[in-house]
Design a protein around this ligand. Sequence first.
Ligand SMILES: C[S@@+](CC[C@H](N)C(=O)[O-])C[C@H]1O[C@@H](n2cnc3c(N)ncnc32)[C@H](O)[C@@H]1O
Length: 284
Amino acid sequence: MIALISETRHALPLQLNLLHQTITKFTRKSRQFLLPAARLFLLPIACSLLPKNPYFAFPKISLMSSSIFTDVDQYIHELFIPEDEALNKTMNSISETGIPSISVSYTQGKMLFLLAKMSKPKRILEIGTLAGFSTIWLARALPSDGVLVTLELEQQHADIALKNIENAGLSDKVQILVGPAGESLDQMIKGKTEPFDFIFIDADKPPYAEYFKQSLKLSKPGTVIVADNVVREGRILDKATTDEDAAGIARFNKLISETPEVDASILQTVGEKMHDGIAIAIVK
Ligand SMILES: C[S@@+](CC[C@H](N)C(=O)[O-])C[C@H]1O[C@@H](n2cnc3c(N)ncnc32)[C@H](O)[C@@H]1O
């Protein structure tokens, strides 16, 4: 009896050991089989859930978040834009008053100034004033008898811009029209306003195509039309987008590409303002 008990005692761990080994073998085998099988089924499901272009879903982790672009932007800023009290005050007025921080950057402003200067303008039209940052850059491209008309919807933005433009010593050249840009443009067209030499479109994005059509009516051969934010981190490629801004810009880009009265293209930009672009058109 004692011997039997002791045998059972020995046998039990042995059986358990055998059971353990069998289970381990089965698990290993099943893992070998199950994992690839699971992958085979799960991968297409996971893929179907992913967006077609990850840039649309994860723009912030796209290549453009790399600091190389902002570092180079800073490098260009330091090389080409000396300290400027009027521009700094204008930029500060945006953060101090809490209005949206959506002006062009310093380096983009300098580029706008150069583009405007190349067209030797007497008359500039700007659609979208905000605090007057781009307005100041553009007005500086005018000769002493030049005129800049800028259109702004918000009275608060216009008031802030007015102070900044005054501080920059440009009040005699700049006129701000407050109200919906579409209406101000129509009034100018009806009033047979003298055509502009340079037009900068930078207001609400959905009606960009309409602003362009109206701008054409306020142009003459040689007028340069520049529009900001026409790439939107590539969202203009997404034909199924529900983003009204991207859809509006895509309509605008198509329109300028098909308008026989202008030669046009788009320049992609990177830097402080992420991945975007400006459209440049010249009236034939
Ligand atoms: C991107 S900000 C302009 C930035 C400015 N150009 C700069 O770079 O300093 C756009 C401005 O357009 C104005 N805006 C929006 N919708 C408008 C509309 N329908 N008519 C006129 N202005 C409008 C906004 O209030 C805002 O001040």
